[in-house]
Design a protein around this ligand. Structure first.
Ligand SMILES: *[C@@H]1O[C@H](CO)[C@@H](O)[C@H](O)[C@H]1NC(C)=O
Ligand SMILES: *[C@@H]1O[C@H](CO)[C@@H](O)[C@H](O)[C@H]1NC(C)=O
Length: 380
């Protein structure tokens, strides 16, 4: 009897300690997802119970004022974003995402980062806007700094941004805004190194865009795997990206692995030659856009309608399907499960989806969330 009381009080204090360690402003587990206002998924329909953090995309940089702004057509939904997703999941955190791969004025980020005054305009306006709209944080998707000078200034921007965020938190008595970024899958992009010490010090975490390795748009002549987890030959993969960021000096617990909810569709040269790296001639017409991308939901419909053959490649982790002259590389439940298991096993902070409207009935979102589990921290 005495022993069992003692044991239960030890167990109790153990869990109490865990609570203390991980409740105070720490980000335990990231089950992230990006939402785009014009993606066709209404805000009300987001199943926020499947996510811990939702990224609202995208706010823009005004190249005249160097201030952060929100397009007129986005303003209503961005203002309602946090309260809406918190209806289903009161503990969901939200971040206002800035820039993006299709940002209209990518060059403006380099210009803004160049002088103390323009950096201050950007930083102050970003904090003001995030607070006004009720977001818990800011997420920078600058794709990509274009010169060594841009990279240096990016590092300076982050130092000043972090200082301003901490100052605002002290003055307002509120928890500091989160500060994150979506970055290239490896710490070197277009032969330029990210300012890794500043990245490691100033961001709460970074979202590794571990996809788009190959696409019919810029890798037209053969089919290929656009988001493989492993690549024993060329080392272009999610796991290689994680390794190189860690080697460069970013703590493993600040890394979040990106999982694409879309694939790329190539046009096969010969319908009978349909393996990985088969001859191809650019994008397939099943893709509704120039890049040749196609959403997970569209892929699922395509597979049923055209009775496509599906193949899982467990060596590199990913699927392809083919029918006639169309060939698509994509992620499905098993590859998502493997990626999430891998991210957790390596001690990463979590994973994120780009982007949630591309899912079909939340299948991939649910698979990822269940695979990661409720909380990893009790085991660490
Ligand atoms: C890739 O797509 C973009 C449009 O999204 C287009 O401007 C560009 O020319 C394409 N590149 C190639 C090589 O097809
Ligand atoms: C899986 O990927 C590996 C590595 O690229 C490749 O050697 C193998 O042929 C692939 N298998 C299938 C079925 O695509």
């Amino acid at each position: 009897m005495a022993n069992s009381i003692k044991l239960s009080s030890i167990i109790f204090s153990f869990f109490f300690l865990q609570q203390l360690l991980f409740s105070n402003g720490q980000n335990n587990d990231i089950k992230g997802g990006y939402w785009l206002r014009d993606s066709g998924l209404p805000l009300n329909n987001i199943d926020s119970t499947l996510f811990t953090h939702l990224f609202c995309a995208f706010a823009d940089l005004n190249s005249q004022s160097n201030q952060l702004i929100i397009k007129p057509e986005d303003q209503d939904s961005f203002r309602q974003f946090t309260s809406t997703v918190q209806q289903k999941n009161p503990s969901a955190k939200t971040l206002l995402s800035i820039g993006g791969g299709d940002a209209p004025n990518k060059r403006a980020y380099g210009v803004m980062a160049r002088t103390p005054n323009s950096r201050k305009s950007f930083i102050d306006s970003s904090i003001r806007l995030a607070r006004q709209l009720g977001f818990h944080g800011l997420d920078l998707d600058w794709e990509y700094p274009e010169s060594a000078t841009d990279m240096t200034n990016f590092g300076i921007l982050l130092n000043e941004w972090r200082t301003a965020i901490n100052t605002e938190a002290r003055n307002s008595g509120r928890a500091p805004l989160l500060l994150t970024a979506a970055v290239f899958y490896s710490p070197r992009v277009n032969n330029l190194d990210y300012p890794v010490p500043s990245v490691a010090r100033n961001f709460d975490w970074i979202n590794l865009m571990a996809y788009d390795f190959y696409a019919p748009n810029w890798s037209a002549s053969q089919t290929n795997s656009h988001a493989q987890l492993f690549d024993p030959v060329n080392h272009v993969s999610g796991s290689d990206g994680i390794t190189t960021w860690i080697q460069a000096g970013v703590p493993t617990q600040k890394l979040v692995l990106g999982i694409p909810f879309y694939g790329y569709a190539w046009q096969l040269v010969n319908a009978n030659i349909h393996g990985l790296r088969a001859p191809a001639s650019g994008k397939s017409s099943v893709s509704p856009n120039n890049e040749g991308s196609i959403t997970y939901s569209q892929i699922q419909n395509y597979i049923v309608q055209s009775r496509a053959t599906t193949v899982y490649n467990a060596t590199i982790v990913g699927y392809y399907c083919y029918s006639g002259n169309t060939w698509i590389w994509y992620d499905d439940t098993q590859s998502v499960r493997n990626k999430v298991t891998y991210a957790k096993g390596r001690g990463l902070l979590g994973y994120f989806a780009w982007h949630i409207a591309q899912d079909q009935n939340w299948v991939l979102s649910r698979t990822a969330s269940q695979t990661w589990g409720a909380s990893s921290q009790a085991m660490k």
